[in-house]
Design a protein around this ligand. Structure first.
Ligand code: ADP
Ligand code: MG
Length: 274
């Protein structure tokens, strides 16, 4: 039939793809297939690259690095995107140590605006961290842009919990580690970790090794150590608590977070945290 004809001949030669669909993800369909030689059943994950590219080329927002073109050879995929020449927030964070509440609120607001846009289109980033937030230019007031979502993740099988976690796992939501969910709320958790880091200069969850770090995140427990947090507003702490809410159902959404007094400046944050 038509569908079988669409499979690559090399695949058809080794496996018979059955009509049974095991599951459907955001950009992938998983079918059952039978290894012709051994008659053993396997799962076949089909990633709809064309669909992903179609979606991502339509993503246009001031705080998101857009995809412009996509090419591929047998060995590589070539992705043309907006150029963000100001470098990573990660780098700036290392240089600055920490940020005043006003500067941090400005960055978090831009990040949230990008996320509202993505989430409205049912796109979950899943890897929000300071390495994936880039400044558009080298100017001091350059806008912040979200990069590295969707396509690159899927192409590199970042879907896999362990691969996601083995990079910089400190920003991963507990439900991802507990394999209990990967909805939009995972991005808000990461915003919470970033906000914590921007204001204090250290991460809320930590461990001697990766296993200990995972334990720390999965416990969901963190503290505002007086030594570093005594000068930071209650408003900022309440926003972090709303973002680092363990239950993803109860966690604040991107839209709600934009309305938080710490962002709207209804409660004046102290001018400088440093
Ligand atoms: P990976 O999926 O391997 O993390 P990224 O898309 O995050 O790849 O790119 C790796 C790094 O390359 C980024 O952290 C950033 O420093 C740089 N980079 C990525 N995209 C851009 C861009 N559009 N403009 C400027 N630098 C970029
Ligand atoms: Mg990256």
């Amino acid at each position: 039939d038509d569908e079988a004809n669409a499979y690559p001949p090399e695949l058809n030669a080794d496996y018979e793809v059955t009509k049974k669909t095991l599951g459907v993800g955001s950009f992938a369909v998983v079918k059952e297939c039978i290894h012709r030689e051994t008659k053993k059943a396997y799962a076949l994950k089909i990633i709809m690259k064309k669909v992903i590219a179609d979606i991502l080329t339509k993503v246009h927002h001031p705080h998101i690095v857009s995809l412009h073109a996509l090419y591929e050879t047998a060995d590589a995929v070539y992705i043309v995107t907006d150029l963000a020449s100001g470098g990573e927030l990660f780098k700036q964070l290392l240089d600055r140590g920490n940020y005043s509440e006003r500067d941090a609120a400005n960055l978090i607001q831009q990040l949230l605006e990008g996320l509202v846009y993505l989430h409205d289109q049912d796109i979950v980033h899943r890897d929000i961290k300071p390495e994936n937030l880039l400044f558009a230019t080298k100017e001091p007031d350059a806008k912040l842009m979200i990069t590295d979502f969707g396509l690159s993740k899927i192409l590199k099988h970042h879907d896999d919990i362990l691969t996601t976690a083995c990079g910089t796992p400190g920003y991963v939501a507990p439900e991802v580690l507990l394999q209990k969910g990967h909805g939009k709320a995972v991005d808000l958790w990461s915003v919470g970790v970033i906000m914590f880091v921007l204001l204090s200069g250290y991460t809320p969850f930590y461990g001697e090794d990766q296993a200990a770090l995972f334990e720390s995140i999965m416990s969901g427990k963190y503290e505002f150590d007086e030594e570093y947090w005594c000068d930071i507003s209650d408003s900022a702490k309440s926003m972090i608590d709303a973002l680092l809410t363990f239950d993803p159902e109860k966690r604040i959404t991107a839209k709600e977070a934009l309305q938080h007094p710490w962002i709207t400046n209804d409660e004046k944050p102290s001018a400088d945290a440093t």
